[in-house]
Design a protein around this ligand. Structure first.
Ligand code: BGC
Length: 427
């Protein structure tokens, strides 16, 4: 295959559109008018529609409106965790020459597909001295092409987190997982929970990305950060022994999944964990935002550790905003990207979202203990890109992965699964 090789050099050290005007009613204030007298407008397109995601989007828009009061912000969010639906709607709009002014994406292959299609405006003007020096060089590189920057990243989620409901683990006599939590112990604990009459594994399988994320995290646990880099860089094959082992472990985990998983989205599964309906969930830390939004208390209701075998690695799922080439509202869109790069907006957005600011000069002491340790992990751990969230491999491969995962969740056929991945990587 010829995957777009995202350039994150130093990273592994080791329609449906809801055209809701103004989140929270904050955007419709009169006042911002063009010279022709019409109210200024800006469309922001994303897949942020769960409780915590909407709150974070609102924080981002409110921050922008502080510097651009009175602009009519149209929230073009399309529901569907991980952006499966939103990205399909976006493709149709891009093909039809009707891009939103601003949309949500990720660094690496995800943004590169838009850059190579000449669909993005140059956002280099945002990267003035302070912003540029506060964002890790590898992260700037990951949204750049030909020496220009094409996106502004708001925050870094950690994809490889294992969340658990404390009471349920205690009820089943399961020792709360520590930092080093081997896959074998996790599987034994899932069995203990089942024997105690508890639903062991929360899963929002209505969102395909959720099952894919369980596999991605288990795969990272099997390969380690260096092995991950080799695999996603094309140095090793998708049908290797460690990929097979990860698939086999994922199949075992799936046997403990919530029988209602197919009817639930990722955020519904997370709410179920919060309310004591299921015990473990392997999910990026947007789940943190959702747990807290639903009244769950860190350290009391729930705890967390790295997904088994992935301690010391940080799957960075980096929320990034881009501006359309030929945007209908270029001045507003540029100001929006500037706001996203500001310290205040980075702090307010990530507080709701569960992620950590991308800027290293943001004071994170007002963020939760979880986020503070995540910020340390982001600064010190081996950073790897996500395949599931489109960063590490081409959009075509990611789609093939989703299709293969959907089949695999039914068949549990390891050989057929890895063969499908290997074929996708060749094409
Ligand atoms: C995004 C997150 C979002 C998650 C679930 C990820 O691709 O980076 O911001 O919360 O999907 O929808």
């Amino acid at each position: 295959m010829n995957p777009i090789r995202p350039n994150w050099p130093a990273l592994v050290a080791g329609g449906l559109a809801l055209t809701l005007t103004a989140c929270g009613g904050s955007a419709a204030a009169p006042g911002a008018t063009s010279s022709a007298g019409a109210q200024k407008s800006l469309e922001v397109f994303s897949w942020w529609t769960s409780g915590s995601e909407s709150a974070a989007l609102k924080a981002m828009i409110d921050g922008y409106l502080k510097t651009s009061p009175g602009v009519n912000v149209v929230n073009g969010a399309v529901a569907g965790g991980g952006g499966g639906n939103a990205q399909a709607v976006l493709q149709t709009r891009l093909q039809g020459g009707d891009p939103p002014d601003i949309w949500q994406t990720h660094p690496g292959a995800a943004i590169q597909q838009y850059i190579s299609g000449n669909l993005l405006a140059d956002a280099s003007s945002v990267y003035t001295g302070e912003v540029k020096s506060a964002i890790p060089a590898a992260m700037v590189e990951a949204i750049s092409a030909g020496g220009k920057q094409y996106g502004v990243s708001a925050g870094a989620h950690r994809g490889n987190v294992l969340w658990y409901n404390k009471q349920l683990l205690e009820k089943a006599g399961v020792t709360l997982p520590g930092a080093d939590y081997p896959t074998s112990t996790f599987l034994a604990d899932l069995a203990k929970l089942k024997a105690a009459g508890v639903v062991p594994l929360c899963l929002g399988a209505k969102d395909t990305f959720a099952t894919a994320e369980l596999f991605e995290n288990t795969l990272l646990g099997s390969l380690g950060a260096d092995g991950w880099k080799q695999l996603t860089g094309g140095g090793t094959g998708w049908d290797g022994e460690k990929v097979k082992a990860a698939a086999a472990d994922t199949a075992k985990m799936l046997q403990y999944a919530d029988p209602d998983a197919g009817a639930m989205s990722w955020d519904q599964a997370t709410k179920k964990l919060a309310s004591g309906g299921c015990a473990f969930e392997s999910m990026g830390d947007w789940a943190y935002g959702e747990l807290v939004k639903n009244g769950a208390k860190e350290g009391e209701t729930f705890g967390y550790t790295a997904h088994p075998g992935t301690g010391g690695s940080f799957v960075a799922v980096v929320d990034t905003m881009v501006m359309a080439a030929g945007a209908k509202n270029p001045a507003e869109a540029t100001a929006f990207l500037q706001a996203v790069a500001s310290k205040d907006v980075q702090l307010a957005f990530n507080k709701e979202k569960g992620s950590v600011p991308l800027r290293t000069d943001v004071d994170v002491s007002s963020l939760s203990p979880y986020q503070q340790q995540s910020a340390k992990s982001f600064a010190g751990d081996a950073i790897v890109q996500s395949v599931v969230h489109g960063e590490a491999m081409t959009p075509q491969f990611t789609q093939a992965l989703f299709d293969a995962v959907t089949q695999f969740a039914q068949s549990k056929n390891v050989d057929a699964f890895v063969q499908a991945l290997a074929d996708a990587a060749q094409s």
